[in-house]
Design a protein around this ligand. Structure first.
Ligand code: R5P
Length: 298
């Protein structure tokens, strides 16, 4: 039996298979059985001393239970070190109680995972008031990788108009906008966003005149309801943008929204493979393989 192995939730087994091949590790798919009353039986493969759990945590509620049970089975059957590779890490946006009585989901999920894992690896996770991912996972190792080098490479290979402006919808997108525009040698702009509800946001760009006639590359970490992207596209169109393309790390939106995006003037949307989705265009296998090499070699 290999010293390390990868075990994957069924929803991301295609991505896990590619990673396992790159690292030369065996891959096993975790089996989930749903009972009629909606409880779940989780069956893992044979544990190795180091077991990497590949579980992207979009639509997370059932998946969190699945990895909780998988961790129990793996520890009991011989895993000494459990590494969670969660390309999309759920519940990170609620990092404070905005109103009296609200749960801080980031803290609750962080404590849950810190209690069952030795290391958590994710990518472009939404950290705002919490500046360092290690604060989310007390007492264990944690890495927040950046997808920006892989995104920049993909865009460079596809070819970029040098007059493109890289645009972000809000202050939180600022670091990604700066990183990507710096890598590509392009101008940048960051809008101001006011959120009015789950699907309703207001977007204002600081100097709309500078956008007129320019191609725009919209960058964000997450697209979920699509409200932010649509409001951005409308503001950019109103300012006279020549064309609008979008690139995002985590595509959480239903594929049917594509028509609405096109209607708002968005020419293309590309996402990384962090969450399996029809817009996936940017693989992260090499990024994850590099982060995991020490688990195999060391
Ligand atoms: C929030 O600050 C995030 O960076 C995204 O802008 C947000 O989650 C997108 O959500 P939606 O697609 O629902 O507007």
């Amino acid at each position: 039996m290999s010293k390390a192995t990868i075990q994957s939730l069924p929803s991301c087994v295609g991505e896990a298979k590619r990673l396992a091949a790159l690292l030369g590790l065996p891959l096993q798919e975790i089996a989930l059985h749903r009972f009629p009353d909606r409880e779940m039986r989780v069956t893992v493969g044979r544990a190795a001393s180091t077991t990497i759990l590949y579980a992207s945590l979009d639509q997370p509620n059932e998946k969190l239970i699945a990895i909780l049970f998988a961790a129990e089975a793996l520890r009991r059957t011989g895993a000494k070190r459990l590494v969670l590779l969660a390309p999309y890490l759920c519940y990170m946006r609620q990092d404070t109680a905005f109103s009296q009585g609200e749960a801080i989901s980031q803290r609750a999920v962080g404590q849950l995972l810190a209690g069952i894992m030795d290391r958590v690896i994710t990518v472009d996770t939404h950290l705002h008031r919490t500046t360092d991912i290690r604060m989310v996972f007390p007492g264990i190792e944690a890495d927040n990788l950046s997808a920006m080098p892989a995104i920049a490479n993909a865009l460079r290979t596809a070819g970029m108009d040098p007059t493109t402006i890289v645009a972000g919808p809000d202050a939180e997108s600022g670091p990604w906008v700066s990183d990507l525009s710096g890598r590509l040698g392009l101008a940048q702009v960051v809008a101001r966003k006011i959120r009015r509800g789950d699907r309703s946001v207001q977007i204002e760009f600081p100097d709309p005149a500078s956008i007129a006639g320019r191609p725009i590359l919209l960058v964000d970490d997450i697209v979920s309801s699509g409200g932010t992207l649509v409001a951005c596209a409308k503001a950019l169109k109103a300012a006279g943008a020549e064309a609008i393309d979008a690139v995002i790390t985590h595509a959480l939106f239903p594929a049917e929204l594509a028509a609405e995006f096109a209607g708002a003037g968005i020419r293309s949307i590309r996402s990384t493979c962090s969450v399996p989705h029809p817009t996936n265009a940017i693989p992260l296998d090499a990024l994850f393989a590099n982060a995991l090499r020490s688990e195999i070699d060391g």
